[in-house]
Ligand binder design. Structure first.
Ligand code: 5GP
Ligand code: ZN
Length: 124
């Protein structure tokens, strides 16, 4: 799509690809090696993906996780997340799955993880 930053990403930014999706490093990483996995087809909303695209993305997430763990032994966990819709925080409307490596001690208290989308509800 003409005006989509992810459809027009410089090919040198692509760190891996398969038939239906590709992976890049996030330009504004939350943690070191923060990776995005995206379908090659321009689709805005995760829930509009075709099942083969979901399967390709899932396979790529596993591959990238393995690579990150091999490259960086300090990684001890991951957050995997999709912002679906502006209300949920999506800012780039080409589906992308965030793969965010986590390390023991990278925040004082990580409990609740993705529950932190509503900061006051992160802890329960
Ligand atoms: P969203 O808020 O839509 O879930 O996430 C958009 C993500 O895309 C953000 O994490 C942001 O840092 C990342 N991003 C924005 N522009 C670029 C870019 O030009 N290149 C890459 N690699 N990531 C980008
Ligand atoms: Zn696009």
């Amino acid at each position: 799509m003409k005006d989509c930053i992810f459809c027009n990403i410089d090919s040198t930014r692509i760190i891996a690809e398969n038939e239906l999706c590709f992976a890049i490093r996030d330009a504004f990483p939350v943690t070191d090696r923060h990776t995005l996995v995206l379908p090659k087809r321009h689709v805005s909303d995760y829930f509009d993906l075709h099942q083969p695209e979901r399967n390709a993305i899932e396979a790529m997430l596993h591959d990238q996780r393995e690579k990150i763990l091999k490259e960086d032994p300090t990684v001890t966990g991951f957050n995997v997340g999709i912002n679906a819709g502006a209300s949920a925080g999506q800012t780039v409307f080409h589906v992308h799955v965030h793969l965010i490596p986590r390390r023991d001690g990278d925040v004082v208290d990580p409990r609740g993880g993705v529950r932190g989308v509503i900061p006051s509800k992160q802890r329960y």
